[in-house]
Design a protein around this ligand. Structure first.
Ligand code: PRP
Length: 214
């Protein structure tokens, strides 16, 4: 039997995904060992393999077909823009992509001013300001702690993920505009969906069954 390969976004999403897979009888003991530094795991009985990848690389592994299935946040899918089938919303990892900043920046957004926007998600930011708002902005790519940017004057606003809102609040910032709702998604390689449609459809319907009963 050909191995069905999963690419999981390392971290909290992978943990949640593995818990969910366990509920439908897909297990992999080794992967739950907190001390392991391994990145590939397999269950020979089930004919399944699991990669733990950096979230932004998950769509790449799936598009190139080295993983059949991926689980990753919608933020990453929108940012990476890969050719994949998005087949299921797993409902966890819920948060929002927003334009945030100090309350005083609201005016700059409504008056269509040329502003600087800092973000870990330059493509999402660019598309939002260009296509949705038709506002000319300068995007500044950052790699983390993006909330710093408007505080220290690097940018007027940021485009970032808001979950509880506490990072914003503790730094005197707020949500100025909502861009899109996010959550964990299952993606499938386009060829795999045809070649392995039986196994993949069974997996998806089992997952659906568990999610409906939660
Ligand atoms: C994310 C995001 C926000 C924060 C939002 O950052 O970029 O900073 O979480 O969560 P909250 O609304 O519940 O406060 P992450 O913790 O991934 O770290 P990073 O800033 O280094 O990217």
């Amino acid at each position: 039997m050909r191995y069905l390969t999963f690419a999981l976004a390392k971290g909290r999403l992978a943990k949640e995904t593995l818990k969910l897979l366990e509920k439908i009888g897909i297990t992999c003991d080794e992967i739950n060992d907190p001390k392991t530094r391994k990145l590939i795991f397999q269950n020979d009985e089930l004919g399944m393999r699991f990669f733990l990848a950096k979230p932004s690389d998950v769509p790449t592994y799936v598009e190139y077909g080295v993983a059949d299935i991926g689980v990753v946040g919608r933020d990453t899918l929108l940012e990476e823009g890969r050719n994949l089938y998005e087949v299921m919303d797993l409902g966890f990892g819920k948060c929002r992509m927003c334009v945030c900043g100090p309350a005083s920046a609201k005016e700059l957004l409504s008056k269509n001013e040329i502003i600087r926007v800092a973000s870990k998600y330059p493509n999402i930011a660019k598309n939002y300001f260009k296509d949705k708002k038709n506002q000319t902005v300068e995007i500044i790519k950052l790699n983390g702690s993006v909330e710093l940017a408007p505080i220290v004057g690097l940018s007027e606003v940021i485009v970032d993920i808001v979950e509880t809102g506490s990072t914003l609040k503790e730094n005197g910032l707020e949500v100025l505009e909502e861009i899109v709702n996010l959550s964990a998604r299952v993606v499938v390689n386009q060829v795999s969906l045809r070649m392995e449609h039986e196994r993949i459809n069974k997996l998806l319907s089992d997952l659906k069954g568990v999610l409906e009963n939660e």
